[in-house]
Design a protein around this ligand. Sequence first.
Ligand SMILES: Cc1cc2nc3c(=O)[nH]c(=O)nc-3n(C[C@H](O)[C@H](O)[C@H](O)COP(=O)(O)O)c2cc1C
Length: 464
Amino acid sequence: MTLLSDDALRALAAGGTVLSYVALCAGTWRVHRAREARVARAAAALAPAAAGVRPVLVAHASQTGNAEQIAWQTAQALHTAGVPARIASLSQLQADELAATERALFIVSTYGEGDPPDAAAPFVRRVMAGEARPALDNLHCAVLALGDREYQHYCGFGRTLDAWLSRQGAQAMFERIDVDGGDAAALQQWQHQVARVAGTSDLPDWQLAEPFEPWRLARRHLLNPGSAGGPCFHLELEAPAGAARRPDWQAGDLVQVLPPGDGERPREYSIASLPADGRVHLLVRQERHADGTPGLASGWLTEQAAVGDAIALRLRAHGNFRLGDNAVRPLILIGNGTGLAGLRAHLKARAAAGHGANWLVFGERHAAHDAYYRDEITAWQAGGVLERTDLVFSRDQPGKRYVQDRLREQAEVLRDWVARGAAVYVCGSLVGMAAGVEAALVDVLGRDAVDRLIETGRLRRDVY
Ligand SMILES: Cc1cc2nc3c(=O)[nH]c(=O)nc-3n(C[C@H](O)[C@H](O)[C@H](O)COP(=O)(O)O)c2cc1C
């Protein structure tokens, strides 16, 4: 275990406030609320088999659900082997509770630039960087760190948590396991260690995700000819013929695409359509490396693959960005660039539900080239699906202007919509847009009001 200083921890906690509304955001409340019933049911199902046997705590911190899924499988595996398990989100854990725990397995991912997932940020602030400094001498634990080697701070939060546990006196049951992009070998190693903790060598294999299937690239066209930005494509993909069941997803969900020759490293894209459209629509920007070569997945999807080719794809539920309870509320949909994909799916869902209290705030560079889905948006305005529309083109005037500037200009309208009970969905760039929108919301609504939106699941993000 590497050791991090208190200063480093405080910096991490402060870093959490860079995306601070997020810090409280997504995971904490929406996962908590949406899954409360499920957790209660599962807690009962995984309750101690015999009085006096203390359960193994399985704690997770997850942004888009991978870590949480593995936590459920871990708890289930322990239970199958006769070891009682208790599952909890890190956001629900208190310092004294942890100090009183004897065995714990932590399954955590890393976001932003080495940051904890949204759900873990309060735990970092309250427990890891807080005043309490729990003594964890009784705790035997292990950490599974999910991440991706392409990021500079590979498994950053898992490492930080691991180091903190060690510093507080916890004993490692086995070395931290880092998982690079869902690497099957690392997950098998974890499974093997969980079996050891359970005192068995005989646990059934976990099915970690649905298999990839050959979807057919049915249509592709360039959305922004002449743009100063990278080429952006609308893609349509058809489910494999003869699939056992009709593919199903909700607005807010993602797909994972596996480019050929890339082993186990899927890329994720927000789905821009609904099952009723009959196809998965994606909005994909062609990325280029510094040497001019195309990005592996985006190059494959936008250039190398031909219409008619098979694309290895699977659907991925993204509970944090679905409408859920917010389906009855007015919606403020804020995004930029390819972030319009997720917002488009939501607008399609709203059109289908006949719910017209929607405000779109979308940003790109030039109206002449980058007004994706212009006809659709115009039709939604005319048809009462969009009550308000703000298209903000950053380079159509002398000074640059972004969605966050428009939110500030429309402060009164924003306050009014929030007072009407609106939920806010943000989709697009993590760098620049997400922090800018956060700052604008805080300026207009105030920190406390923004925190309340987070706590009640009314502020959600899909940023990348
Ligand atoms: C916007 C974004 C930022 C990420 N930042 C990091 C990072 O800094 N370090 C890292 O190792 N992995 C990073 N990842 C990869 C995730 O940790 C990885 O995909 C993980 O499996 C997600 O698990 P979850 O669904 O439980 O949140 C990032 C992923 C995204 C989408």
